[in-house]
Design a protein around this ligand. Structure first.
Ligand code: SF4
Length: 237
């Protein structure tokens, strides 16, 4: 099926409708995405408002790790140590056992302890609200830094993970090869008010509806009129 060129049709009103429809499909009330069923790092943010350090650590745990594992590992770790000073005082082995079975838990334990030590020592225990500074921490890439800016500081930035990259290209909003290209392209076409909510919305949507293999196009409100379904060969209800 050809669904036309979605990119040419995107306006501010179209984005309003896209966000409304995706939220409705997930059962999220309009204007309130912070009630239940959130992606793990968003849940950590909702549980701990104004705590960018926990968002930093939780996002580091989340890389290549299932959402439920990330949330459980984050909660175990923070129950033991939730501040930079307390976390830096743990041994790598202790962190490993607390975040296990997160993917690459041994490497992450090293990076998390080092990040805690740097935040405590270099920034007096305050997580820096600066993308470039955050990205100087080992284990912190652009995606993690942007999510910390978004959820920890309310700074408008677009956090592009695998779900945001895949759905944005499938839908035809952008035509890009890398997450960084997607971030730049979305910044050109998307109203700023959606930069922060985009990630948690598309992460949840990518986990449950626009899944990597065989997305649920049959029950997706974007089907055809606002999604080109580029590269999609198999769909289901
Ligand atoms: S129509 Fe299909 S491919 Fe497009 S966003 Fe919806 S689920 Fe994903």
């Amino acid at each position: 099926m050809s669904c036309g060129d979605v990119m040419k049709k995107l306006t501010g009103k179209t984005w309003d409708r896209v966000f409304q429809d995706l939220r409705a499909r997930l059962g999220w009330p309009a204007g309130d995405t912070r009630r239940g069923g959130l992606p793990s790092v968003s849940q950590v943010a909702a549980d701990n408002p104004g705590d960018p350090f926990r968002i930093l650590v939780s996002t580091m745990i989340s890389l290549r790790t299932k959402d439920d594992v990330t949330l459980a590992a984050s909660r175990r770790l923070f129950a033991k140590a939730s501040t930079p000073a307390a976390l830096a005082a743990l041994t790598e082995k202790e962190i490993e056992s607390l975040i296990y079975p997160a993917g690459f838990y041994k490497t992450k334990a090293v990076h998390i302890r080092e990040a805690a030590r740097r935040v405590e020592k270099d920034f007096h225990g305050r997580t820096p609200a600066d993308r470039d500074v955050l990205m100087r921490l080992k284990g912190v890439g652009r995606k993690t830094a942007n999510l910390v800016l978004n959820l920890g500081f309310g700074v408008e930035a677009i956090c592009v993970d695998t779900h945001v990259h895949r759905i944005s290209n499938r839908a035809g909003w952008v035509r890009t090869k890398t997450p960084e290209e997607t971030e730049m392209a979305l910044m050109e076409i998307m109203p700023r008010k959606y930069w922060i909510p985009l990630n948690e919305l598309l992460v949840k949507y990518g986990q449950t509806v626009c899944t990597p293999a065989s997305p649920h196009c049959g029950s997706c409100p974007l089907a055809c009129a606002r999604c080109e379904r580029r590269g999609v060969t198999r769909t289901r209800e």
